[in-house]
Structure formats: C-alpha cells, structure tokens
Design a protein around this ligand. Structure first.
Ligand code: SF4
Length: 80
C-alpha cells in the first residue's frame, strides 16, 4: 500500500484518498487497532476503488488488501 499511495498521481479522488486510507488501515491492522466496522468500511472502499479509479494503478491498488482480508478474516478479527 505504501507503493500505491506513493505512486498515485492524484488525478482522481478514489485513488488519491483511497490509497492513503487503505495504508492507514494496514497500519491499524498491524497495530491490532482495526474494528470490525472499520474493516468493513475498508473493504467497501477497496471495492469502490476497483470500479471508480481512472486507471489500472488505482483499480488494482486494493487487490492485495482485499485478498488478504478475504482469506485471513478470522485471524485478523481474532488479533484485534
Ligand atoms: S487511478 Fe490512476 S489516474 Fe487516478 S489518481 Fe490513481 S494513478 Fe492517477
């Protein structure tokens, strides 16, 4: 997420704001400070970015995050 946040050109809002917000979410997950509500908001944001971002960078930026949440949801929620 640091890569995508750094490489976002800032032209469209979903990517410019979304990459920064997902990066913040990753930090919160790593610090075990992510509530279930916030996790759901991040997933919705990622799904929105896949559709609303203007180019492939923004559209693919949430993919790894969404895959990790999808496949490791139980571990993530247990570690809160
Ligand atoms: S999606 Fe593409 S055009 Fe939009 S801010 Fe990101 S890098 Fe720029």
């Amino acid at each position: 997420m640091e890569f995508f946040a750094e490489e976002s050109c800032g032209q469209c809002f979903p990517c410019r704001r979304g990459t920064a917000t997902l990066l913040d979410g990753v930090h919160k997950l790593a610090a075990h400070q992510c509530s279930l509500t916030y996790l759901k908001e991040l997933e919705a944001l990622g799904a929105c970015m896949q559709k609303a971002c203007k180019c492939g960078l923004g559209q693919s930026a949430p993919n790894a995050f969404l895959d990790i949440v999808q496949h490791h949801r139980d571990e993530i929620l247990r570690s809160r």
